[in-house]
Design a protein around this ligand. Sequence first.
Ligand code: ADP
Ligand code: MG
Length: 495
Amino acid sequence: MDSAKRVADKKDWIKGATGDWEIIIGLEVHAQVLSKAKLFSGASAEFGGEPNDHVSTVDAAMPGMLPVINRYCVEQAVRTGLGLKATINNYSVFDRKNYFYPDLPQGYQISQYKQPVVGEGKVTIDLDDGKSTEIGIERLHLEQDAGKSLHDQHPSMSFVDLNRSGCALMEIVSRPDMRSADEAKAYVTKLRQIMRYLGTCDGNMEQGSMRADVNVSVRRPGGEFGTRCEIKNVNSIRFMGQAIEYEARRQIGILEDGGKIDQETRLFDARKGETRSMRSKEEAHDYRYFPDPDLLPLELEQAWVDGIAKSLPELPDEKRNRFMSSFGLTAYDSSVLVAEQASAAFYEDVAKGRDGKLAANWVINELFGRLNKEGKTVENSPVTAAQIGGIVDLIGSGVISGKIAKDVFEIMWTEGGDPAAIVESRGLKQVTDMSAIEKAVDEIVAANPDKAEAAKAKPNLLGWFVGQVMKSTGGKANPQAVNELLRKKLEITMQ
Ligand code: ADP
Ligand code: MG
């Protein structure tokens, strides 16, 4: 679709002094390829380490050193492209992008320019109102990361750490298809999810494995695109949202004052919550791109690409749809469950052969709630899927009530153990013996004659009686049976 055509939802328009405005956003996401070695050298691509521990003579650009392409990094880029439903280009070229920086010892970055390894694709994003929309991908290319200048180690000197130098990055360029900060956040979230499913990027934004250059412009709703500004290297989803909101209002302010937007590169200052100018935008010709003479064009065999395509896992959207259709879950619950592969797998283990909705309820509300609170994930959960499954079974067959189930969960969480055995040994079984329940009901009714009389006129007092009976039976009475008996005794007929 023509990117300019999509007009934002009215709720996302920004009211200016002279009328409404629409935000236009396009993102260039840099994702570090998950691989052992760098893109053109055998040095480790691992995060951390002592400064300059992971540096080969290629990464340090020693004279005469030659780059050798890492086949696995190419495979990872192709896998990502397939996950983005994109065209894979069987012929692509590595170019030199020339610029000087102390942390770029080659004096150029090896990147791909006119012929990237992956072409057009798309990502479906899920919006808050339950709707979804497609964001176009323009391209994905492979390139080298730069090193890092350290200015805070010495009062009068700067140091350079080349550990990142030469690590493989995928630059994923979107079309200018996003229309609000929330859409941009949903896009990065989905992209991250897809790459984590594929195992091509760990998506760790704190460690810089994923960062975005955020292009923002504004226009009158449905009008011509305006001039964009590019906010460099935003490394958290929350900051990205703040940067977009700030930048859009800044541009609207200028335009409404009769000014014009200079195309420039800006930085987001997270402390002040504002963007500020870094430099005027460089043009492609400033970089003097040309094909790297040290590297042959990259030619991929179709059979190799097909092999990768066959090995792709089920992706988040497909998994969510399957959860909705085969377990009868809502879109929202399914999205929560498929956010991470491990949590989806955990849920499936619980839900297999059981009531899918009850299982989802337990996994999302009880388990995830508790894990979040204690800063844990399903990978290091003290409670297993089999244990949660056991609880769901006990509730399903009426052996315990939902309330007792929470106590059992608590015991499992702190002491471990099989839920059925816990119920047995602690005598937590639900009382379904009607005569026992009836006895408890009669006692409560007899002890509270005034309330019993009042309940005949005010049936919502029933809840109080149910509570009292549950209390006197230690929560073990079957709540439905208690309800029915109380209605009969108190002569409440209405539902
Ligand atoms: P450059 O490297 O010069 O920034 P790219 O082609 O790599 O150029 O990226 C351009 C990015 O800017 C894309 O993500 C694109 O969607 C986005 N973009 C283009 N035009 C606009 C616009 N008018 N408003 C917002 N974003 C835009
Ligand atoms: Mg750019």
